[in-house]
Design a protein around this ligand. Sequence first.
Ligand code: ZN
Length: 497
Amino acid sequence: MGTHFEKLKLYTNKIADVKYAISVLNWDQETYMPPKGQSFRAQQIATLSGMAHELASSQEYANLLQEAQWDSDLNPIDKRNIELLLNDFEKNKKLPKDFVIKLSQATSEAFHAWIQARKANDFTVFAPSLEKMVQIQQEKAKIYGYTEHIYDALMDDYEPKATVKQIDKLFADVKQQLKPYLDTIAQAKPLDDSFMYGHFAKDSQWNLGLDVLKMLGYDFEAGRQDISEHPFSTSFSMQDVRVTTRVREDNLYDMLWSCIHECGHALYEQGLPLEQYGLPCGEATSLGIHESQSRFYENNIGRSQVFWNLYYPKMQAAFPSLQTVSLAQFYQAVNVVKPSFIRTDADELTYHFHIMIRYELEKKLIEGSLAVKDAKAAWNQAYKDYLGIEVTNDNEGILQDVHWSHGGFGYFPTYSLGSFYAAQFQAQILKENPAFFDEIEEGKFENTLAWLRKNIHQHGRFYSSEELCKNATGEGLNFTYFMRYAKKKYDAIYGLN
Ligand code: ZN
């Protein structure tokens, strides 16, 4: 390893140390911090964030980045690290300081307005801030620059190299293939899931969650689970990856699958290469790939027939009310497909229409073909067109997500990308290991995790998501795999064909 690169690595380690320390403070804030801790905690996080920003934009860092390129004995991974660090550095530098301040002010204002609007259940309270936010996002996209579509520049923060062209094609497939299939399911006999509601003791749910995490291969020597208002996972290094969950005692839907979902995220972080700490090749490659890991575990495994063949007896033992519910009934209940208003409650099929609606709306807002004042009507019309439901109040409609108030334009598509990548990965795993389903049924998850480690986790950001997908499966993202997966599964559940 080159001596200049060594120096650069020491420096990026320092940046990482500060960033991960911020993550620890954030995690604590969401889990254990007492109420009075809030004000100084905000100050502490702001101070450290300022330090991280200074370190990441200093002249010293710029010099180290230049010098590291002179090393003659760099391996491909370190070359790639330098390339990505330079890219990040240049991108970071593009935003002028007064723009960053303006953006951060607009964000806190928009978030505040969104909270107020939610209280009033009234989009017009949020609309002026949203309008400002859209303008600032347009400005940001122009500063970053783009070749084809202005929205491409915004997606790049979450899904590097994703383009409107690519996402438009995916959602055209969703409309063409998934929509008629949903219409077919809507004609089928509705499934009963009434037994999923009742009283389910907190302790029993919590213990099952821990048990499943362990079974799936989450390393408790390198992480722990705690309770928070909204479930999330966060990483302080590859050797300390935390997950959180919340327990609702009145239904069984919330807890276990959110544990499994966060576990999928955490397995990715725990599987990143240790020696790449503080370097791009020690980070996840994109949010879409991150979400592919969580959704693969949550849906492709956690809502599969074989998983419940294995796990239902434990579930019944934990919750006596399930004694009279058959395995077949339970499996159907965890896979009910039904159009609904709230994205985060949606099943794995209708979910993608929630995303498509948001994607099309924010794309139009950013390109200027839709005015903020018309966004609510457009939202409600889209829910009618694609999901056949009438939105009657803003909290269950256009005000439900926090993303726009945080300035997260370009984020939503990564959720659908995650499911589509997951289906394609599963098809490949099955090809390489025909015993995939049998192993799940026997509670063996090692081979599956090993495949993900080898093909995805260990590479960090070395490959882009499309490259990763091509290397692992022989082709770029292809919606056909999701459709095949969905048909096979839901034909059986709904007794179609
Ligand atoms: Zn997720």
